[in-house]
Design a protein around this ligand. Structure first.
Ligand code: FAD
Ligand code: PYC
Length: 421
């Protein structure tokens, strides 16, 4: 197939479709019965899993691909994140991987022919202490050396660009400056999942929802198939992309991943008129926010520090988050919060992902994105598809294999992951 099938988007076609309201729409992806076996089985229909399937079919010509999802497509962290996209990581390996993703984001709407509403409104990381500012200078210099857009601003320049922010000296942690990545921004989380699902489906990928993987059939050190709630499915290669549940899947293969699963919460306020046209994050005050197209503030902070698979969190974290936002933007103190939720994030000791083969032949893991994987969605899928298709890492994910936890070549990105840790 040469690409995504073009539909009729003429004025007349859109007008008549509009008249039929919510009836008669054709599904965006097929929902077939699972076949007996596939060349490639992807476990997890979040953005990363769907992107993997899409690129496997599109760029590697894979004809027999299925994505298995225990719940509904895009209902995991893809649905629960706060959609910040940026590539301003410190170390070369991480920066180049996230920049690869950012470049794909820049053409994603056109590639998928589906509006993922990628809005490059800039991302500010605030500095409140001299050490923060030194770290910011270092990271910006490192980003520039890697060809990544980033600049250092002082407090006056921050105030010019974000008029509502409190840069006065009376704040508990006065703002001294910030880094700014102008090409960073936000995207529409659901659209990313739906766009990749539609694209993958049109290339022939089967997407099976309500199909939980409950066991792995491994013989002679090789994966043979998966036990699922919809029966046994044979597989030549299996890519697990299950975010907070990655350790559960790995345990089915007798593998212990160096991951912890934690809840991460977010909240949105009532809608307001547009007043914040960028993304603001502060590691020190410990909160971040942006304004959605609907006018709500989208707010978050750090993980709940206990391990859990329950997709909710503790009230004291919400209180801490609200306090941080009000410290940066005192005028939001009268804003009411509308909703709160949690997702389960898979954090690795060096705050970097694992994109790797395993000791079981044909079994691969893409996980450990922790609090920061949404921004990587297209890049992660792209390099993981390569890894699965060639049985060897793409040059951009070679440093992210499981071996690093034995060799000691960790890539410490706690600073860049910052606020959500
Ligand atoms: P998911 O979307 O969680 O997909 C994994 C899928 O696997 C799920 O749908 C799950 O149901 C399925 N699955 C699990 N086990 C099985 C099984 N046994 N069988 C079948 N299916 C299974 N990142 C950013 O870059 N920017 C942000 O602003 C940001 N904010 C965040 C805010 C919050 C509150 C949270 C929770 C996360 C945030 N993240 C952010 C992190 C980001 O959401 C994740 O790193 C990313 O979405 C992971 O994508 P995924 O496709 O791997 O995971
Ligand atoms: O990775 O940019 C990020 C992020 C922000 C909030 C959660 N994760």
């Amino acid at each position: 197939m040469s690409g995504i099938v073009n539909k009729d988007y003429s004025f007349w076609s859109l007008f008549t479709k509009g008249l039929r309201h919510h009836e008669g729409w054709e599904p965006a992806w097929r929902s077939p019965e699972p076949q007996k076996s596939y060349d490639f089985v992807i476990v997890g229909a979040g953005g990363h899993g769907l992107a993997t399937a899409y690129y496997l079919a599109k760029e590697h010509g894979a004809k027999s691909v299925v994505v298995l999802e225990k719940g509904y497509l895009g209902g995991g962290n893809t649905a629960r994140n706060t959609t910040i996209v940026r590539s301003n990581y410190l170390w070369d390996d991480a920066a180049l991987l996230y920049e690869h993703a950012l470049k794909l984001w820049e053409g994603l709407t056109q590639d998928l022919n589906f509006n993922v509403m990628f809005s490059q409104r800039g991302v500010f990381n605030l500095g409140h202490t001299l050490q923060d500012m030194r770290d910011i200078e270092r990271r910006v210099a490192s980003n520039n050396l890697n060809g990544i857009d980033a600049l250092v601003l002082d407090a006056r320049e921050v105030k010019e660009r974000i008029p509502l922010i409190d840069t006065s000296k009376r704040a508990r942690y006065p703002i001294l400056g910030a880094s700014l990545q102008p090409r960073g921004g936000v995207a529409r989380h659901d659209a990313v999942a739906w766009g990749f699902a539609r694209g993958a489906s049109k290339y022939g990928v089967d997407i099976i929802e309500n199909c939980e993987v409950v066991g792995m059939d491994i013989a002679d050190g090789r994966i043979k198939g998966l036990e699922t709630t919809r029966g046994y499915i044979g597989a030549s290669r299996v890519g697990c992309v299950a975010a907070g549940h990655s350790s559960v899947l790995a345990a089915m293969a007798g593998i212990r991943l160096p991951l912890e699963s934690h809840p991460l919460q977010a909240l949105v306020s009532e809608s307001m008129k547009p007043c914040l046209d960028t993304v603001v994050m502060s590691n020190a005050v410990h909160g971040y926010l942006s304004q959605s197209d609907k006018g709500e503030l989208v707010i978050g902070a750090g993980i709940d520090h206990f391990n859990s698979y329950a997709q909710r969190g503790s009230p004291h974290v919400i209180e801490h988050t609200a306090a941080a936002i009000i410290e940066m933007f005192p005028m939001f103190s009268r804003l009411r919060m509308n909703r709160q939720w949690g997702g389960i994030v898979d954090t690795a000791p060096d705050a970097c992902p694992i994109i790797s083969k395993t000791r079981v032949k044909g079994l691969y893991f893409n996980c450990g994105w922790g609090t920061g994987g949404f921004k990587a969605t297209p890049g992660s899928g792209h390099v993981f598809a390569h890894t699965l298709a060639h049985d060897e890492p793409h040059p951009l994910n070679a440093a992210f294999s499981l071996d690093r936890f034995w060799s000691g070549h960790l890539i410490d990105e706690h600073g860049a992951a910052g606020v959500a840790h």
